[in-house]
Design a protein around this ligand. Structure first.
Ligand SMILES: [Zn+2]
Length: 306
């Protein structure tokens, strides 16, 4: 997609600082503008796709509140993303910057140095993180339960930072959390009777998801996007697939499935697409619809192999 996310800009009819300015001028008081709401409304910037979708649900559709995504839908996760000069301008003009945290925004220190006034919300705050081989896994949002906590954290901090819109943030969050709750229940009941619970995934995006639904990630084909597996790693994975009897390999729509296809050819396992929700349409219901598709994929893949 070549276009930037459309920003949800709503008319700032009830813009707080303009009302404040009017009152200040009327009464002759000195009015000092704070950084919050300088541009005529509250500007919220989310770091990347899953956090943008969450922010859209909590803060979208509120008069005087703008929600934009810092990054375009990338071809995958945010790992090793470099801030552009334009990103720095966007951040400098923002009031609030919402990130996933847990280390996926490797540019965070630079962003804080370059835009020191922007208020930061770390959506993964307080969540127990999974580590493997000494590295923290940041793909928290792929678990629906943990993503619900992220939505709550975003709502709590937005309400604290912008009390004027707190009731609207909380109401939006309540409605979205009810939808996520229903999705979680549907996925638990949809996956509870599946006999084969072993899966092989494409990159390290699914341990939180697998933990939530009682699946076992037997192997990961590529550690991170862009890191093509070495021949020796491929051979190891092929041996592991054959030995474990795993019949389903889950590639991701954001990446080339060449390695997964090769493993499938060598082992007889089938390749399916499981989406870690790191790209897609800029719509508030995107997390829900992508996850429902994941449920259908898992049912098809794992039921077929009973
Ligand atoms: Zn990733």
């Amino acid at each position: 997609m070549s276009t930037a996310y459309p920003a949800l800009v709503l008319p700032a009819r009830r813009c707080s600082w303009r009302q404040g300015l009017g009152r200040a001028l009327a009464t002759g008081l000195v009015f000092a503008l704070t950084s919050m709401g300088q541009a005529g409304g509250l500007k919220i910037v989310a770091s990347f796709y899953p956090i943008y979708i969450a922010a859209l649900n909590v803060a979208g559709g509120i008069s005087g509140v703008e929600v934009i995504s810092l990054t375009k839908p990338l071809a995958g996760c945010l790992h090793d993303y470099q801030l552009t000069p334009r990103d720095l301008v966007t951040l400098d003009q923002a009031d609030i910057f919402i990130v996933n945290g847990a280390g996926i925004e490797t540019f965070l220190d630079k962003a804080r140095q370059q835009a020191p006034k922007v208020k930061l919300i770390q959506a993964s705050e307080g969540i127990a993180l999974i580590s493997s081989a000494g590295a923290v896994n940041p793909h928290v949002w792929v678990s629906i339960t943990l993503h619900m906590r992220q939505v709550e954290t975003i709502s709590t901090h937005l309400s604290r930072l912008d009390p004027e819109h707190a009731a609207a943030f909380r109401q939006n969050a309540r409605e979205y959390l009810a939808k996520l709750e229903a999705l979680r229940a549907a996925m638990h009941s949809g996956l509870q009777n599946i006999a084969d619970r072993n899966i092989i995934t494409f990159h390290e995006a699914f341990p939180y998801f697998a933990h939530e639904f009682g699946l076992t990630v037997v192997a990961v084909i590529e550690r991170e996007p862009g890191a093509e597996p070495k021949a020796s790693e491929l051979a190891q994975t092929i041996t592991l697939v054959k030995r474990s009897g795993v019949k389903a390999i889950f590639a991701e729509p954001q990446y080339s499935a060449a390695a997964a296809d090769l493993i499938a050819r060598e082992t007889g396992a089938r390749v399916y697409r499981l989406d870690p929700i790191v790209s897609g349409p800029p719509r508030a219901d995107a997390y829900l619809t992508i996850m429902q598709e994941n449920l259908r994929t898992l049912q098809q893949a794992l039921d077929e192999n009973d």
